[in-house]
Design a protein around this ligand. Structure first.
Ligand SMILES: [Zn+2]
Ligand SMILES: [Zn+2]
Length: 262
């Protein structure tokens, strides 16, 4: 199994990373995509520690919409910062998480748009997939993907929690959907229906650790080992074995986050 989105280079894991990796491996989680905040020097520095503890991990670097405001006076500097991080991180496979968040609105929306757009342009330039964060901003997110994507942008909607109509709109971009532990929550019936109906070759699974721990760990710190609970849930709603979901989502991960040409 692969945890397609986690923040284990964050300070929440600095104290017990080795134990976290050990539990992931024991649960059958062989690797993870570790998200790095491009503007966070401390987190970027811990990427080396993560790679030493878990060499199968790969990275995604980006400026999150929450932090877009850091680049308010010069949005292009966000892309330049990401580009410099990519050059220094051979194990980076993607740009993200990037996108729009109108739930918290921590950055002005026009700045979120600009910072999102310049990072999409960088992704096209580098031929890298993007990891999208979108919250209460679906229409603008899809519009910007279409406007900037030139029909050749690849990526994933991380932490997808919408219904089947939202899944269909997202899938129409050609992107993948990454299903989080939210799918195990009792009230998430519409998400489970969407996850059951989506094409198997477009699904990924994630924890978004340290956030959003699945049942039965809800409310605790999340960690990559728990992606097994998401895989079990997907297997149950799709009527297949957990082994099949694990193999398929591993394969999908390899298709999306393939090695870089340069
Ligand atoms: Zn996110
Ligand atoms: Zn995240």
């Amino acid at each position: 199994m692969t945890d397609s989105h986690c923040h284990i280079a964050g300070k929440e894991f600095a104290g017990d990373l080795d134990a976290v990796v050990e539990r992931a491996r024991a649960a059958g989680v062989s690797r993870a995509l570790v998200i790095l905040a491009a503007e966070d020097d401390a987190e970027i520095a811990r990427a080396a520690t993560v790679l030493a503890a878990w060499p199968e991990c790969r990275f995604s670097v980006g400026v999150h919409p929450h932090h877009a405001r850091v680049f308010e006076s010069n949005p292009q500097a966000a892309a330049d910062t990401v580009a410099a991080r990519l050059d220094a991180l051979p194990a980076a496979r993607a740009i993200g998480e990037i996108g729009l968040d109108y739930h918290y609105d921590f950055s002005p929306r026009s700045v979120q748009h600009d910072v999102f757009r310049v990072q999409i342009r960088l992704a096209l330039e580098r031929d890298l997939p993007i990891v999208i964060h979108t919250r209460e901003a679906e229409d603008d997110t899809l519009r910007i993907i279409r406007e900037e994507g030139q029909g050749r942008l690849r990526g994933v909607f991380h932490c997808f929690t919408g219904d089947q109509a939202a899944a269909d709109r997202a899938l129409a971009t050609g992107f993948f959907l990454s299903i989080p532990g939210v799918a195990t929550f009792p009230k998430a019936e519409t998400l489970r229906q969407a996850a059951a109906a989506a094409p198997g070759d477009r699904l990924l699974v994630e924890t978004d650790s340290p956030y959003l721990a699945p049942i039965p760990y809800r409310g605790k710190r999340n960690e990559p080992a728990y992606v097994a609970k998401v895989v079990e849930q997907l297997a149950a709603v799709r009527g297949v074995t957990a082994g099949e979901i694990g193999a398929q989502t591993d394969h999908n991960f390899d298709r999306l986050f393939r090695p870089r040409r340069r």
